[in-house]
Design a protein around this ligand. Structure first.
Ligand SMILES: [Zn+2]
Length: 327
């Protein structure tokens, strides 16, 4: 058996273009006792070609990959799995599974769920056609599930030193990989240098009644990262983050600032989520409706949790106003 101490380890970054606004996505190959691929780009022919070319530059072929782990289920992180040999094991959080398999039992409830949500939020009817396109980006995703589920604290065979940490928020399936010894975190979309990751709304899973409160989860995940001695983050997008604690503090501050803006707005008059969204994102909400509504809902969840606002939900749309301030 190979001793952990003597196992040399290398990390190679492979950058792949995506058709999404976010731009390129980074995947990482950790060469250790086994060859582990972290995340697997979008499913386009261009991405597949570039992925193979880049692997070759590192002296590797697709067949050399022993296992894959995905940080979360979004198409830009899992799509290329469809092109990889089907016998390669794929690890990830169990909440990634229904998205990755595109489970119809789950997806058939989406349109109806979002419609109800739009009504509760007070979204104008002219935007209802958007509902039919919500799951469109999935054509760049895979149709292949996980072979094993991982959760907080787990380690993968052949990947000594690395530990899995659950970090829901941007996606409820989000995990990161941390190597304590080097202080390296492979962070998926949790910690990005230039973008504050959007806490995307996910319809409740089969057997669940409520959606997850993505913003509350995100804030908790960031606070969890604050407890680790992270020296550098290898992100899913953008440049490597080295001043990690400063960036985490900035992200929490930005969140507080936006939440305060919402409180100020609803202090003037009780407002629907849609009105809050229009106020927060006046120039982009029409073009980026789902993203901005998700972000708005996130702020509302956050403020409700802190008892800083209250919800009137007797009639639709629901409205929000200032509640009793908890000291
Ligand atoms: Zn991403």
């Amino acid at each position: 058996m190979m001793n952990e101490v003597f196992c040399k380890q290398e990390i190679k970054k492979i950058t792949i273009p995506t058709p999404f606004a976010v731009g390129d996505v980074h995947t990482y190959v950790i060469i250790s006792e086994k060859v582990t691929l972290v995340d697997a780009g979008v499913k386009t022919h261009q991405a597949w070609g570039i992925f193979q070319d880049e692997l070759l530059k590192h002296g590797l072929k697709v067949m050399d990959i022993d296992q894959v782990i995905v940080t979360h289920h979004h198409p830009d992180h899992v799509g290329l799995l469809d092109y990889l040999p089907s016998n390669i094991p794929v690890f990830g959080h169990k909440r990634a599974h229904p998205w990755m398999t595109q489970d119809l039992r789950y997806f058939s409830s989406h349109e109806q769920y979002y419609k109800k949500l739009f009504k509760e939020m007070g979204v104008e009817e002219r935007f209802y056609p958007v509902l039919a396109t919500v799951d469109k980006p999935l054509r760049f995703s895979c149709r292949r599930g996980l072979t094993s589920f991982v959760s907080d604290g787990d380690k993968l065979d052949g990947l000594p030193g690395w530990r899995i940490i659950e970090t829901p928020g941007h996606a409820s399936s989000h995990i990161v990989l941390f190597d304590e010894k080097s202080g390296t975190l492979i962070g998926g979309d949790l910690i990005l240098a230039d973008i504050s990751p959007n806490p995307l709304v996910e319809p409740p899973y089969l057997g669940e009644v409520d959606r997850k409160k993505a913003m509350l989860d995100y804030v908790q995940s960031i606070e969890k990262m604050n407890l680790l001695a992270i020296k550098r983050v290898l992100p899913g997008h953008g440049k490597v983050v080295e001043d990690v604690s400063a960036l985490l503090a900035t992200r929490l501050k930005q969140q507080e600032k936006r939440a305060k803006k919402v409180v100020d707005f609803v202090t003037k008059q009780p407002s629907s989520a849609y009105e809050i969204c229009q106020y927060l994102f006046s120039s982009v909400y029409e073009k980026q409706l789902l993203l901005t509504l998700s972000e708005t809902l996130g702020q509302i969840d956050y403020l409700l949790d802190k008892d800083l606002i209250i919800e009137n939900n007797d009639t639709t749309p629901f409205t929000y106003q200032v509640g009793v301030i908890k000291e």
